[in-house]
Design a protein around this ligand. Structure first.
Ligand SMILES: Cc1cc2nc3c(=O)[nH]c(=O)nc-3n(C[C@H](O)[C@H](O)[C@H](O)COP(=O)(O)OP(=O)(O)OC[C@H]3O[C@@H](n4cnc5c(N)ncnc54)[C@H](O)[C@@H]3O)c2cc1C
Ligand code: SF4
Length: 490
């Protein structure tokens, strides 16, 4: 053997990263399942099951291709690598640039040599070159550049369909009694069964753990969901847990799928004429826009960004985040229940329910971030940090988003079917049946009115606040709500 190739659990693709051009005759492949990863935190078991089983399946597929693979268990990744180096003295270790600051630092210490991380469509220096020229880092301007640079959905120099953005068409509430096509179930094998046994977990069939399964999921999305993705993108309903979302983020994030494969399939389907522009643009924006932007921002903003707490939010994590029975808020009860079942909900519950609640209750951003990291199947550091700290709870003082995504019950009522059976009324801001979101939205604006008065994008909200005649009563109700949320009675 001439080289050791180290594969983190999110580099599982043969054509990218350090495996690109690898040679079974001279490269030893190493994967490390660390105890820090499996037992270090209160990870959702579905997430651990997915990550470990995917890595073991991938290791097996490399062996079938003739590679020598050392899949080892160790206390930490670094301990694992040290033991490999002891066995293979003098061999260089190669790895593609890791996906978090912490892993970068740890691997550097072991003398790992890095090759480019090409698991994204935008090299880190290219993103930095864009960000360096911006006054405010608007995703929309990055996304338009991406469309032109990658020549996706372009008619010459103009955007296909005559507009860059079809968001207006993509904000429909959920239809009544919505079934939609069935979701894929993924068959399990002996590797899955072994991982589940080790974790003491009863396997589900929601998520694939192989490249073939991930490709099936992509095909299922393109054939059965892509056409309707756009209009219902922001809707939430108890009738259908994922509507037309692709369910591809876990595979994009652990390497089983590459963004270019997803985009090629999407563009091909759109060119075939069966996909409306609002769905095609809406989905492609997520992958070449949001995903690349968030990754770029993670590296651009630096390792200290995750510690931001500019709104000085210091409330402890509320019990309802771990226990749906600790709240009567139907939207939160349903959402946390869904997360416990599948380790996934789509971006609107993540943003407008969970993060919104953390924001308006003044929950400590780092505590909330750690919880989000633990419970979602697709939660890797690079994607969670900007989404939570910047977009979700505005803890960065507006570095990423120009205004906070705070909303009262009216938005949730419009975009979901949660409110009808709820004990609270989204229209009310005071009184015992007032919706906690509605009460706390105004209370949040009031608590931070001096900060927001300087932000012209918040002027309408601050104007609305100044016109409230029942603010003193509302402040009293807000106190009761916060106490009730802490005690698990609201
Ligand atoms: C507070 C918050 C936390 C989030 N945390 C994560 C996370 O830990 N991991 C994660 O992959 N996504 C995260 N997202 C983004 C988004 O919610 C998920 O990518 C999406 O719900 C995954 O389901 P899907 O594959 O069906 O996505 P679709 O709705 O089908 O979108 C397609 C793809 O676009 C990408 N994408 C869309 N929005 C974003 C975004 N804001 N940031 C990065 N990629 C995006 C994802 O790769 C996704 O698979 C978060 C969003 C918010 C608001
Ligand atoms: S009334 Fe308020 S708490 Fe109840 S489901 Fe609607 S938004 Fe959620």
């Amino acid at each position: 053997m001439k080289r050791i190739i180290f594969l983190p659990f999110d580099h599982l693709h043969q054509n990218y990263g350090a495996l690109k051009g690898a040679d079974p005759k001279s490269d030893l492949i190493v994967l490390v399942e660390s105890a820090r990863m499996t037992t270090g935190r209160n990870w959702h078991k579905e997430r651990l099951f997915f990550l470990i089983s995917s890595a073991r399946h991938f290791a097996q597929s490399l062996e079938l291709e003739g590679f020598t693979v050392d899949y080892l268990k160790a206390a930490t990744t670094v301990d694992g690598l040290k033991s490999v180096l002891k066995k293979h003295k003098g061999l260089p270790i190669i790895c593609a640039e890791p996906s978090s600051f912490r892993q970068f630092a740890a691997l550097k210490e072991c003398g790992v040599e890095f090759v480019d991380n090409d698991f994204f469509l935008t090299p880190r220096p290219l993103f930095k070159a864009w960000a360096d020229t911006q006054k405010s880092y608007l995703m929309e301007s990055f996304y338009r550049k991406q469309r032109v640079r990658l020549n996706i959905l372009m008619d010459g120099k103009e955007p296909a369909g005559g507009a860059w953005n079809f968001d207006k068409e993509n904000r429909l509430p959920p239809p009544k009694k919505y079934d939609g096509p069935k979701y894929l179930e993924h068959k399990r094998d002996e590797i899955d069964a072994q991982v589940a046994k080790e974790l003491g977990y009863e396997m589900r069939t929601t998520w694939a753990t192989t490249r073939q399964g991930a490709l099936k999921q992509l095909k299922n999305f393109i054939d059965n969901h892509f056409g309707e993705f756009g209009p219902l993108e922001d809707a939430m309903t108890t009738d259908n847990w994922a509507l037309h979302h692709s369910l591809l983020s876990p595979y994009l994030n652990n390497g089983l799928l590459h963004a270019s494969e997803v985009i090629t399939a999407a563009v091909k389907a759109f060119n075939g004429g069966s996909i409306p522009i609002e769905s095609a643009e809406g989905f492609i924006r997520q992958v070449i826009g949001w995903r690349e932007y968030v990754n770029g921002m993670y590296w651009f903003l630096g390792p200290d960004y995750r510690e931001n707490n500019q709104l000085m939010a210091n409330r402890k994590l509320l019990p309802l985040f771990n226990e749906p029975a600790a709240t009567q808020m139907n939207c939160i009860k349903e959402t946390v229940g869904d997360i416990q079942e599948r380790a996934w909900v789509h971006h609107i519950p993540r943003l407008m329910l969970l993060s919104n609640l953390a924001l308006v209750t003044g929950t400590n951003p780092q505590e909330f971030l750690e919880w989000m990291r633990e419970v979602f199947i697709d939660a890797t550091e690079w994607v969670m940090v900007p989404n939570v700290i910047g977009m979700g709870v505005h803890a960065d003082g507006g570095q990423m988003m120009t205004k906070p995504y705070a909303a009262g019950g009216a938005y949730i009522s419009r975009m979901s079917n949660y409110c009808k059976p709820c004990v609270y009324n989204p229209k009310l801001r005071t009184g015992e049946t007032a919706c906690p979101f509605t009460t706390l939205y105004w209370d949040f604006l009031d608590r931070h009115k001096e900060t927001f008065a300087k932000n012209h994008r918040m002027s309408q909200q601050v104007f609305g606040l100044n016109r409230l005649s029942d603010l003193p009563e509302l402040k009293i109700r807000a106190k009761e709500v916060l106490k009730g949320l802490e005690q698990g009675t609201i």
